[in-house]
Ligand binder design. Structure first.
Ligand SMILES: NC(=O)c1ccc[n+]([C@@H]2O[C@H](COP(=O)([O-])OP(=O)(O)OC[C@H]3O[C@@H](n4cnc5c(N)ncnc54)[C@H](O)[C@@H]3O)[C@@H](O)[C@H]2O)c1
Length: 239
C-alpha cells in the first residue's frame, strides 16, 4: 500500500462521499486528514475545521488552524463540490449557475490560493489534487455550470502545475466517472440509470477507488507527476 506517513492533508468536502473516503484513506496510510467542509464528518478519526470554500476569510482561518496545530500542510485535496440543476441553456437557472461555479470552480481556486501560500513557505513543498469530473472532459446532456466548472478546474490545474513545477509544488487533477456517493442520490433515478449505462465497466465507481488514486498522486511515489488530469472513470473516456 502507498504510504503517507506523517503527511498532513486538508480535504475540502472531506465529510462525505469521495472526500470522506479520501480522508480515511490518508489516515489508513499513516497521515493526518482534516476535513474542511460546511458539515462535520461522521468519522471522529477525521479532524474537522468548519470551512466554506467560497469564503476567503473561512479559508484563511482553515490554514491558520491547521498550521498552528501541525506546522505544515503537505497535501491539499480540493474536492468540495455540488451538483447542478440540469437544464437546456435556454432554461438556465442563473442563481444555480452562480452557486455551482462559485463552489466547484472558484472554491477550488481560492482553496489552492491560501494553501499554496503556505506550501510556498515549506522546503518540502506540497501536493495538490483538484477535483474535476468526466463532465469536464466529455459533453453531458443538459449540463452547463458543472461541465464549465470541471473543465475549468482541469485546465486551471495544468496551468498552475507548470507555474509551480520547479518550486516543489505539484498540482494534478482527477476526473472521476460516476461514483456511488450522496451527491448522486440527489439526482433522479432515470439520470443515474443513464449514467450506469454509459460506464464500460458496467457499474458506478466506489469512493474508495477514487481515494486510492488520490493517495497515489499525493504520495512521494508520484514525484514526477504534475499537470495530469487523471481519468478514473471505468473506461468512459476510452469510448
Ligand atoms: N459522485 C460522482 O459521480 C462524481 C463524479 C465526478 C466528480 N465528482 C466530484 O467529486 C467531488 C465530491 O463529490 P461527492 O460525490 O463525494 O459529493 P458529496 O455530496 O458526497 O460530498 C461533497 C461534500 O462537499 C461539501 N461541500 C459542499 N459545499 C461546500 C462548501 N461551500 N464548502 C465546503 N464544503 C462544501 C459537502 O458538505 C459534502 O460533504 C465533487 O467535487 C464532485 O463534483 C463526483
Amino acid at each position: 500500500m502507498i504510504q503517507l506517513t506523517n503527511k498532513v492533508a486538508i480535504v475540502t468536502g472531506g465529510s462525505s462521499g469521495i472526500g470522506l473516503a479520501t480522508a480515511q484513506g490518508i489516515i489508513a496510510r499513516g497521515g493526518v486528514a482534516i476535513s474542511a467542509d460546511v458539515n462535520a464528518p461522521t468519522d471522529s478519526n477525521v479532524d474537522f475545521v468548519e470551512t466554506d470554500v467560497t469564503d476567503p476569510i473561512s479559508l484563511k482561518h482553515l490554514v491558520d488552524v491547521v498550521t498552528d496545530k501541525y506546522s505544515h500542510i503537505d497535501i491539499l485535496v480540493a474536492n468540495a463540490g455540488v451538483a447542478e440543476k440540469k437544464a437546456a441553456v435556454s432554461e438556465l437557472d442563473e442563481d444555480n449557475w452562480t452557486k455551482v461555479i462559485s463552489i466547484d470552480l472558484t472554491g477550488v481556486v481560492l482553496t489552492n490560493k491560501y494553501v499554496v501560500q503556505q506550501m510556498e513557505k515549506q522546503p518540502s513543498g506540497g501536493s495538490v489534487i483538484n477535483m474535476s469530473s468526466i463532465l469536464g472532459i466529455v459533453g453531458g446532456p443538459k449540463s452547463q455550470a458543472y461541465s464549465a466548472a470541471k473543465a475549468g478546474v482541469s485546465n486551471y490545474t495544468k496551468s498552475q502545475a507548470i507555474t509551480y513545477a520547479s518550486k516543489g509544488i505539484r498540482l494534478n487533477a482527477v476526473a472521476p466517472g460516476y461514483v456511488n456517493t450522496p451527491l448522486l442520490k440527489t439526482l433522479p433515478k432515470e439520470t443515474t440509470d443513464a449514467m450506469i449505462s454509459k460506464m464500460p465497466i458496467g457499474r458506478l465507481g466506489e469512493p474508495e477507488e477514487i481515494a486510492n488514486v488520490i493517495a497515489f498522486l499525493a504520495s512521494d511515489e508520484a514525484s514526477f507527476m504534475t499537470g495530469a488530469v487523471v481519468s478514473v472513470d471505468g473506461g468512459y473516456t476510452a469510448i
